[in-house]
Ligand binder design. Sequence first.
Ligand code: CUA
Length: 432
Amino acid sequence: MKNASSGLRKLIALAISLITLTLLGGCDVNTRMSTFDTKGPVAETQYELFMITVWVSTFIFVLVGAFYLVAMFKFREKKNDTRPLPTQGHGNPLVEIGLIGASILLLVIIAVPTLRAIWYTHDIPFSEESQLGEWYQGDGLAAAEEDNVLTIRVNGYQWWWAFDYPQLGISTANEMVIPAGKVIRLELRSKDVIHSFWLPRIAGKVDLIPGRTNQMWIQAGDSFEAWQEKNNATGTDEELRAAYAQYLQDEIHNYYYGQCAEYCGDSHARMLFRSTVVGDDEFADWVSDIKQGHTTPNGMSWDDWYSTLNDSPETLSDDINQGLNLFMTRGKCATCHAVNGNPRALGVAGPNLTKVASRLSMAAGWLNHRAEDGSVDEAQQYENFFKWIKETDVVKPGNRMWKANGGGIGELDELLTDDEIRKISLYLQTLK
Ligand code: CUA
């Protein structure tokens, strides 16, 4: 009997160990949304604070656990135990005051770095490196903005993100492009319910609350000064600048994954976003592409294209032109979506689609078409566009595009045909 129960106990212990091992196997600190693999001073500060708290908590856990185990084994009742109860420590001034003192000490050990981290992440740093006019060489930057850090207005919608760059006069959606190593000030607003901006490897969460503007700053990678200090780098200024640029290129330029971190309705779990971190030149090119916008598919002026659409639409017979026609007319896409360059596609209720075909995901990060080499997988992208237009409610339940159209794309009684959706998808793929 005794053997059987100890065998069972061993079996249970083995099962628990195996389950724990399996669960721990799911832990990996190098995932794409890991807060342990930080890229930038804000996330790094938060990580360091987290580790201090972990060590203090671990110390308390081990100490209390050790006392507990000693007491449990040393004083447990044995067979035929005739020992009296051990001395009771309740009310012992030394123990009581000692424990209160130790608790206060541990709280202070946590409080000092906590306050320091709060102040650090709250104050937008002012440095040469972060001044917009110092590094952004593109056109159209108002003189008044030259001394400011780059500002991005983040607007949360159910269930997507608008990223406006007020100093540069551009807007984009769901994939935020930012320059490496530069301080960026984010203004966070919501157009409907509470959302939360979370880009784990670059910075912790801040909520977007209707009716107010929250602020945070982020920086992908260290500033030049911080990098120099960390690496004890020496050399001529030119060599240092080159090594710093190499560091940004190798370790920071990347595609980062973000997520809405506050429950915000049906498709909260599908309200993701991305951030592409690039070099200054690539950033300037990206801005100028968006500003320039798109011409017509056949190179006509937009006025001519619209006259042709009016007078002889049959001449706009190829798939892309027909896709644009559907985008502007029966599909009613332009009511809610803007495409820069096109003077009649000015909608603001949905994501700006100017460079939608250059993005590596769509539907707020839910449908991916990023190839392994980091480029756009065009076949997958076509499938994603098609799927999104055809069954937008399946991709993102409850979304406004579905609701606004009475439960479908196009008039209820004349939904777009598969061939029409194909043409719109092909047209969207030209918006690079
Ligand atoms: Cu937005 Cu959850």
